[in-house]
Ligand binder design. Structure first.
Ligand SMILES: NC(=O)c1ccc[n+]([C@@H]2O[C@H](COP(=O)([O-])OP(=O)(O)OC[C@H]3O[C@@H](n4cnc5c(N)ncnc54)[C@H](O)[C@@H]3O)[C@@H](O)[C@H]2O)c1
Ligand SMILES: O=c1ccn([C@@H]2O[C@H](COP(=O)(O)OP(=O)(O)O[C@H]3O[C@H](CO)[C@@H](O)[C@H](O)[C@H]3O)[C@@H](O)[C@H]2O)c(=O)[nH]1
Length: 331
């Protein structure tokens, strides 16, 4: 029985591939390498370069490798890009996911784990936000993910596909063993941009919006270490395999940091200063998003191991240094 990881050559997916292999699972990856990197995968993990929307390809992979579980990471992920290109986001995150789910149903896949997002909540009325809060995405990205949640819910009911929908809050950091990290050249995530500024790879950092209704006027986010997130997937897979009912789980720590607090943490951990300027709000950004994580703690028994902002930043920084060496070597 094999686990198919879509988007396994990407940031979070590559951590998942390592976690699955560490647990002795058989893994295959489907990735179109649009943002993923072949070298992000261990050499002995089969990689199919192709589209999640290619039903024939997905069916062939499921058949050839006896795939019984799919962990679906592949997506377009940049909130402001989705505002500029909604149709592209609906194609990749919704239409392609629909095709993948159909191939899963037809191919007899039993368990499906879907990467959803805190962006489905928009700006929650109360924090921390629980899974049953109103869903009011403020960007096409969030809407594209919410639509896939609904497709999965209905297909799961109709066809007996058991699923876990994991709504990630802000994912950051890198594998503590240095095997994987965020490698997208033009990544836009705050901690990634911050460590690049600290290493002199960018001239500095812009803060998008200082007039939000938050304590210091900048957006609040709940940053979760990518290895804790991979562990949440492993827990969800074990739950489904034990016959657990289809369920939605928030993945976050339940604590928010402002953009300015994150920048201070990066400067402190890196031990350097870098220029910070203030810019207007970025389209599609919610003011404050913090996870209510009671459900995943109580129902999956998940326990964060790396719940500490300086640790997250230190791992991101270490990875960025490795990446620079790798890029210098032309990898
Ligand atoms: N990074 C975060 O903070 C965050 C937060 C919430 C949710 N998520 C979700 O987690 C998932 C993984 O995100 P990530 O940060 O690792 O991004 P990423 O861009 O590093 O990974 C996405 C991977 O999917 C591949 N891909 C994209 N479209 C594809 C397609 N049509 N067919 C095959 N492969 C395709 C890319 O090449 C890449 O390897 C996404 O679904 C994203 O929406 C991420
Ligand atoms: O150079 C930068 C980059 C980001 N920010 C701000 O930092 C916060 C976090 O931004 P970012 O790291 O880009 O993450 P989000 O836009 O919150 O989105 C991430 O987190 C979501 C879940 O909350 C996921 O769904 C998305 O895929 C993922 O990109 C936001 O307020 C941004 O405006 C800046 O001020 N300057």
């Amino acid at each position: 029985m094999t686990v198919l990881v879509t988007g396994g050559a990407g940031y979070i997916g590559s951590h998942m591939v390592h976690a699955l292999r560490d647990a002795g699972e058989r893994v295959v990856v489907l990735d179109n390498l649009s943002t993923g990197r072949r070298w992000a995968l261990p050499g002995d993990v089969p990689l199919f370069v192709g589209e999640t929307g290619d039903e024939a390809l997905v069916a062939a992979i499921i058949g050839a490798h006896e795939v019984r579980a799919i962990i679906h990471f592949a997506a377009s992920i940049v909130v402001p890009d989705s505002v500029a290109d909604p149709l592209g986001y609906y194609r990749n995150n919704t239409a392609n996911a629909r095709t993948l789910i159909e191939a899963a149903v037809k191919g007899g896949v039993r368990h499906f784990i879907f990467s959803s997002t805190a962006a489905v909540y928009g700006t929650p009325a109360t924090l921390p936000v629980a899974e049953d809060a109103p869903l009011q995405p403020e960007s096409p990205y969030g809407t594209s993910k919410l639509m896939t949640e609904l497709i999965l819910r209905d297909a799961g009911r109709a066809h007996g596909l058991a699923y876990a929908i994991l709504r990630y809050f802000n994912v950051a950091g890198a594998d503590p063993q240095g095997r994987a990290g965020q490698s997208t050249p033009n990544a836009t995530h705050l901690i990634k941009v911050g460590v690049q500024a600290a290493l002199g790879l960018r001239p500095g950092l812009q803060v998008y919006g200082t007039d939000y209704p938050t304590p210091d006027g900048t957006c609040l986010r709940d940053y979760i270490h990518v290895s804790d997130l991979a562990a949440a997937h492993s827990a969800a897979l074990a739950y489904l395999r034990q016959g657990g009912a289809s369920r939605i789980f928030n993945c976050g720590y339940g604590r928010g940091y402002s953009v300015l607090e994150v920048i201070e943490a990066v400067k402190r951990v890196a031990g350097v200063d870098f220029p910070v300027s203030f810019a207007p709000r970025r389209p599609g950004d919610a003011a404050a998003v913090v996870a209510g994580n009671g459900r995943i703690l109580s129902e999956l028994g998940w326990r964060p191991q790396l719940d500490d902002l300086p640790t997250i930043v230190a791992h991101a920084l270490a990875w960025e240094r490795t990446l620079r060496t790798r890029n210098d070597a032309g990898a």
